[in-house]
Design a protein. Structure first.
Length: 386
């Protein structure tokens, strides 16, 4: 019994000793001083504003079409006796090349008959001229007073002359019909569609084929109203300067470029699209490189006005439609309203509101206060995305 009490008292002593030791350590611990952490300044990229000349080109898209498309039509009726081997879809034809020949025998006969009628009418006219002379001589010898026109055979003479003129007109018509038996290409071109075959009977007015000219092609593009100021189109009475354009297309897997020029502009602003149609011509589309075929979808870059003294900065620097963040010499941020000439997906062209050498912030910050201090990394890459 006594040994139990002794063990209990020993445990109590040990526990009290441990608590006392712990309390002593707490009292002996050095006091820890805490300091508030200071967050680092925001790190931003900035580009220096520099004035530079800028070419205000306009980029659009369009579809190539021939300058001239013509439907060849039969002007006389008959059976086709000869069809040119070049009259096939996709084939090239020369200017004045005979493409279709219609049986001309009936028209040869008509010319011969018309020639005979001319000869007969001229013979009758000679007779009437002789009869009129005799009648006039007889009146001068035996007649008195003013002669009657019938006596002098004047109406007969006029009728004979009219008959000659009619016969000559009929001959001209017969010869014209005969010439129309040959259908020629009015210009150097390419066959788009063929409608007839050799041996087929065609009537006057029936289409034979469709060809288009190959001396050039045209591209119609719609210039938005807000981009018209970048071009010298001469929309008013005063014509504009000759404006060049570059055309780019991928045809048969090959990327090629052609040079063209604006040849005309539309007469009005489209009420639906608020744009003006502009037509660009490319000469010799079948040159040394890949041909620029009708129907091709192309990219067009029209050479615009050249403007001096413009600040060209990356578009990511714009905070609103007309606001930038400027970093001053003390590396503090300030908002600045600017005069924007043009804003694209990659570049902003600024006319005014900033000065040469000022630093423009490119980094997007969630919160900006005027005069906020920042750390700056200089950036000289234009138009680069963040």
């Amino acid at each position: 019994m006594k040994s139990g009490w002794k063990q209990f008292i020993a445990v109590i002593v040990v526990l009290l000793g441990g608590v006392g030791g712990a309390w002593g350590l707490v009292l002996a611990k050095d006091e820890v001083k805490t300091e508030r952490a200071v967050p680092p300044l925001p790190l931003v990229r900035a580009v220096m504003a520099t004035r530079t000349p800028v070419q205000l080109n306009v980029n659009l898209n369009g579809v190539v079409r021939p300058t001239t498309t013509l439907t060849l039509t039969a002007e006389v009726s008959g059976r086709i006796t000869v069809l040119s081997p070049n009259l096939d879809e996709g084939a090239f034809v020369n200017a004045n090349e005979t493409l279709v020949t219609i049986d001309s025998r009936d028209y040869d006969i008509a010319v011969a008959q018309a020639n005979a009628r001319v000869t007969q009418a001229e013979f009758k006219l000679k007779l009437e001229e002789t009869e009129a002379k005799i009648a006039k001589d007889d009146w001068e010898k035996y007649g008195t007073g003013k002669p009657d026109p019938m006596v002098l055979r004047e109406p007969h003479l006029l009728a004979a002359k009219a008959e000659v003129a009619s016969a000559q007109s009929a001959l001209a018509k017969a010869m014209l019909d005969l010439s129309r038996c040959s259908v020629n290409a009015p210009f150097a071109g390419r066959v788009q569609t063929k409608h007839v075959e050799a041996g087929q009977f065609v009537r006057a007015g029936e289409p034979l084929a469709v060809i288009y000219a190959i001396d050039g092609v045209e591209i119609d593009v719609a210039v938005p109203n807000d981009q018209l100021a970048y071009l010298d189109l001469g929309l008013g009475a005063t014509p504009g300067k000759t404006t060049e354009a570059s055309i780019v297309a991928t045809i048969a897997g090959e990327r090629a470029t052609w040079q063209g020029r604006i040849v005309r502009t539309g007469a009005e602003i489209d009420a639906r699209t608020r744009s003006v149609n502009v037509t660009i011509r490319v000469d010799k589309p079948y040159g040394s490189q890949s041909p620029l075929l009708p129907g091709a979808f192309v990219s067009v870059e029209i050479t615009g006005k050249r403007v001096e003294g413009i600040f060209e900065i990356p578009a990511i620097a714009m905070r609103d439609a007309d606001t930038l963040l400027i970093v001053d010499k003390d590396s503090r941020m300030h908002r600045r309203d600017v005069d924007v000439l043009r804003l694209t997906a990659t570049t902003a062209l600024i006319r005014g509101g900033i000065s040469e050498g000022e630093r423009v912030c490119l980094t997007s910050l969630s919160a900006v206060t005027d005069g906020m201090a920042v750390r700056v990394i200089e950036d000289d890459v234009k138009g680069r995305d963040q």
